[in-house]
Design a protein around this ligand. Structure first.
Ligand code: ATR
Length: 286
């Protein structure tokens, strides 16, 4: 007799499968990234892109564990919606309000986490090993989904004062309400002033991405001692990073955040902690 279709069925033993769900998903670099690691470590597994329409998300998440999937990365537009469909959500994913990494347990239960903030900090620590988050204020431009992960990770890393400016001020104020007193909200028109004395500066808007206008802020107040980073990685060297270097600042591009956020998921699904190195960067950029 066939089982009720809502009953979780243990995944068939065999080659572990993982993949990324999004709509659209063709732009995702995750298959290339995880594919590189699978080959490099000689792991018999597969990682595939899966275009999933929003109206099919719940059905996809019920079905994938039964097909042998052990893990899923989640990209736009599903990162918020998966929280309501998961059986367990980590505190940081709940605080950020989005998940990017799902662990599909053998009993069909879904565990949702957010590793974007981890990826953000790991990228800075790899490329600026002497960076100290507690040394001075951080200034964040943007207050969208990616910015929320950056906020969580910077506060966790010990930043004492976090300034935020966003075109839509209300979203920055919402972050202050949720994340607390270390956050100061600046007016979008004051974003240049916000940089004064900042030790860490982050662009978490989509400005500067290929095909979009550059982020242009007055940088006169920016100290050459500041570390400046951008979440945009297409292009790698954004106009904002170029301008910050012209001001004498050290810059870190955003690709490493993508690479590092993938590592905890890969380790949980395939049992090997992967290296984030130049080979991986080249493979993802190829
Ligand atoms: P993501 O998940 O990548 O963060 P998002 O939640 O849509 O995507 O956030 C995009 C961010 O870029 C927001 O901070 C957005 O500002 P608003 O909250 O005002 O929309 C910012 N952004 C996008 N286009 C912008 C523009 N032309 N000028 C200023 N900010 C912009």
């Amino acid at each position: 007799m066939s089982k009720n279709s809502d009953t979780p069925t243990p995944a068939a033993p065999g080659i572990p499968l993982a993949g990324v769900i999004g709509w659209p998903v063709a732009h995702s670099r995750s298959p290339r990234l995880h594919g590189h690691w699978l080959r490099r470590y000689g792991i018999a597994g597969h990682y595939i892109p899966m275009p999933v329409r929003p109206e099919h998300l719940a059905e996809a998440l019920r079905t994938l564990p039964r097909l042998g999937f052990v893990g899923i990365n989640v990209t736009i537009p599903h990162k918020e919606a998966v929280l309501a469909l998961a059986d367990h959500v980590t505190d940081r994913a709940a605080l950020i309000g989005a998940a990017n990494t799902l662990i599909l347990r053998p009993d069909g239960k879904i565990h949702a986490d957010n590793t974007d903030g981890y990826g953000f900090i790991a990228n800075l620590r790899q490329h600026a090993p002497d960076w100290r988050p507690e040394i001075g204020p951080a200034a964040l431009i943007g207050a969208g989904g990616a910015a929320r992960a950056v906020v969580a990770s910077l506060l966790d890393a010990g930043v004492r004062e976090l300034r935020i400016a966003n075109r839509t001020r209300l979203r920055a104020e919402q972050i202050r309400t949720e994340f607390g007193a270390r956050i100061t909200v600046y007016d979008w028109a004051q974003a240049g002033n916000m940089l004064e004395g900042a030790a860490t500066v982050v662009n978490a808007t989509s400005m500067g991405m290929d095909g979009k206008p550059a982020l242009r802020l007055p940088l006169d107040a920016l100290s050459p001692d500041a570390l400046v980073t951008d979440l945009v990685y297409t292009p790698l060297d954004t106009p904002f990073l170029v301008a910050a270097r012209a001001q004498g600042c050290r810059t870190v591009d955003g690709l490493g955040m993508l690479l590092h956020q993938a590592a905890p998921g890969f380790e949980r699904w395939f049992g090997t902690r992967p290296q984030v190195d130049d080979d991986l960067r080249r493979a993802v950029l190829a």
